[in-house]
Design a protein around this ligand. Structure first.
Ligand code: GLU
Length: 608
């Protein structure tokens, strides 16, 4: 619970972090843009589980997965930038400093609250127009292994992040587009210190070093990953960002950059089908979509509709649980009780069963009963909740919210990883919740230098492996999420903005990376803050627990033997593993904001 000691610790830690990041910053020459970006000192961050204090601010706040990215957002907000302005600057720095997770070669969803309404933008990657449901089948009609599919030109979707951000900025920006690129360009030119997390991931990845651009950028002559603290410059990325800053998205969606992306995709040993026209056509799209907003208790929670499964699944879990009689105790020593976990895990099985059957790109797939909201209708959730008993189900069957049944096959769970979440509130109270991805760590393991011929560049996503690799089930029913030309793959990303249902005021911004676990990490943070009454940091710190409609996975060494035994006695199959969420959250508190960053990654919160 939030108390005075927590607050003192938070303030002390915020001061320490701000000092580390800003206190020793070298003055930089005044840039032409008018924003005097100063490169912060770069403290070395530890890997593994690093406790975070939580940060209290009074006017604005930004939370991102890397201190340099958070700091770029902070400097933009301080210079009068809007939450969307800061999101653009944060994303460009993340492309450089957290290249394993997100970037201009990937896609993203962004929600922004303007004090009155929530607006949503869909920058999810698309399949090339020539793709069809057999995209991941080899010449013998056999599906590629998941790993071969990922590490191929076939998995690369048409990137969406820059085009989507440009539209969001045109509607919600305060500062000039060009100014938002200053931090990333400076860091790409002058270099940044490789963090322990990036170094560890570079070292562990055996495929990335086979890409000629990655090999030259990240590895030494012996093929060893460059060490922690090495100053890494990325001149190709600096050049691309300079062009996009000056000319807008047309400097990315053009023959030069698209030509290079397509060359790399098509010359891979498992070549993809992307053409330059696919990339050029993406820039012409309209990225604005209707947010999906639903009530839960005294809150209205807004998220992204399909192609993301995230919001619907989070809200189904929350909604189903509210139809059950709450256990007498939900938390014991800051750990959820076995009785509460039983209800959560069972509600999750039901939600993931519906997700596997119904969710695909809304431009291609009809929602059940004519509306995605049918999956969240109170009477439907009540019916689903009535299936939960004292004994755990092995797995759940999908439900049917309408009178007709949909003839979709049920997509088996596939691994997903990577991604980054950004939460921001600006001085005017506008908020952003943005989740951004290149899918796996380092995406397809293919890089592009954007046709610059310079050293470095950016990573191409493997988002198309979020499609069902096999297009139909054993009975021949097509998967809602099968590959089709120009379709967007199903996502789990769950950027969420929580509002007060009565007053319409901002309450919190939250989201996480973590593949299909994103849904659970986001649900946990929302329940922690707004169900259990914890502050954002305490909610993020709660141990992780996930269920994808089968065995339950609990975060390694965070639950007592007694809890595990009780769950097993109820019939749950339990596995313990690392569950590396990367939740960032900012909540409104009296007199300002309280932000939290996930102790399982390198994120921090900054603000004034
Ligand atoms: N590609 C996944 C999605 O869009 C996210 C990957 C991850 O977070 O690991 O749902």
């Amino acid at each position: 619970m939030y108390n005075f000691t927590t607050r003192l610790t938070a303030i002390a830690a915020a001061v320490a972090v701000l000092f580390l990041l800003n206190g020793c910053a070298q003055p930089q020459p005044e840039p032409e843009s008018g924003i005097n970006y100063t490169v912060p000192d770069q403290p070395e961050m530890s890997t593994g589980y690093t406790p975070k204090p939580g940060w209290e601010t009074s006017e604005f706040a930004v939370a991102a997965a890397n201190p340099l990215a958070t700091d770029a957002g902070y400097q933009i907000l301080q210079a009068g930038g809007s939450a969307v302005d800061a999101a653009v600057a944060v994303q460009m720095v993340l492309t450089l400093v957290e290249p394993q997770s997100s970037g201009i070669g990937g896609g993203a969803f962004l929600l922004t609250f303007d004090g009155d309404e929530v607006h949503a933008f869909n920058g999810r990657e698309k399949a090339p127009s020539a793709a069809d449901e057999n995209l991941f089948m080899d010449e013998n009609g056999e599906p590629y292994s998941f790993s071969d599919a990922v590490r191929s030109g076939l998995s690369v979707g048409v990137p969406g992040t820059i085009a989507m951000l440009a539209e969001a900025h045109a509607e919600h920006g305060n500062l000039e587009w060009e100014e938002l690129f200053g931090p990333a360009i400076t860091l790409a030119e002058d270099g940044f210190n490789i963090s322990p997390r990036l170094q560890g991931l570079l070292d562990a990845d055996q495929t990335l070093r086979k890409d000629s651009i990655a090999r030259e950028l990240y590895y030494d002559d012996e093929g060893e990953a460059l060490p922690v603290g090495h100053t890494l410059q990325n001149p190709a990325l600096a050049e691309i960002l300079r062009n996009v800053a000056a000319q807008g998205p047309s400097a990315f969606y053009n023959e030069t950059v698209a030509g290079d992306i397509v060359d790399r995709v098509q010359s891979h040993e498992r070549p993809g089908l992307m053409e330059v026209e696919d990339v050029l056509a993406y820039a012409e799209l309209d990225f604005k979509v209707d947010p999906m907003c639903n009530d839960w208790r005294s809150y209205e929670i807004c998220g992204i509709a399909p192609p993301s499964s995230g919001h619907i699944a989070v809200m189904q879990i929350l909604g189903i649980m509210d139809h059950l009689e709450a256990p007498s105790e939900v938390l014991q020593d800051s750990i959820p009780t076995a009785d509460w976990l039983h209800q959560y895990l069972e509600a999750s099985k039901l939600a993931y069963a519906d997700r596997a059957k119904y969710i695909g790109d809304a431009d291609f797939v009809d929602p059940p009963a004519g509306s995605w909201h049918s999956l969240l209708a109170p009477d439907y959730l009540q019916k689903r909740a009535s299936l939960i008993e004292d004994r755990a189900m092995e797995s759940a069957e999908p439900g049917n919210p309408g009178s007709l049944s949909s003839a979709f096959g049920i997509q088996p769970e596939q691994p997903e990883m990577g991604t980054s979440h950004i939460s921001i509130v600006d001085r005017d109270g506008n908020a952003v919740s943005m989740t951004t991805t290149i899918e796996q760590g380092f995406g397809s393991r293919i890089m592009s230098d954007g046709g610059t011929g310079l050293k470095g560049g950016f990573h191409l996503n493997n988002e198309l492996t979020d499609f069902a690799r096999i297009p139909e089930d054993l009975d021949g029913n097509p998967m809602a999420n099968r590959v089709e030309g120009n379709k967007r793959p199903r996502s789990s990303m769950s950027p969420s903005l929580v509002l007060d249902a009565e007053t319409g005021e901002f309450v919190s911004s939250v989201g996480s990376p973590g593949g299909a676990g994103i849904i659970h990490y986001t649900a946990k943070a929302i329940i922690g803050m707004h169900g259990f009454g914890l502050n954002a940091q305490e909610a993020i710190d709660l141990p992780n627990f996930v269920n994808y409609n089968g065995p339950s996975i609990l975060e390694q060494d965070r639950f007592t033997a007694e809890i595990i035994e009780s769950l097993e006695a109820m019939g749950h199959e339990i596995d313990e593993r690392d569950l590396t969420s990367g939740i960032q959250a900012i909540q409104r508190i009296e007199g300002g904001y309280f932000g939290g960053a996930d102790p399982r990654r390198e994120g921090v919160v900054m603000g004034d």
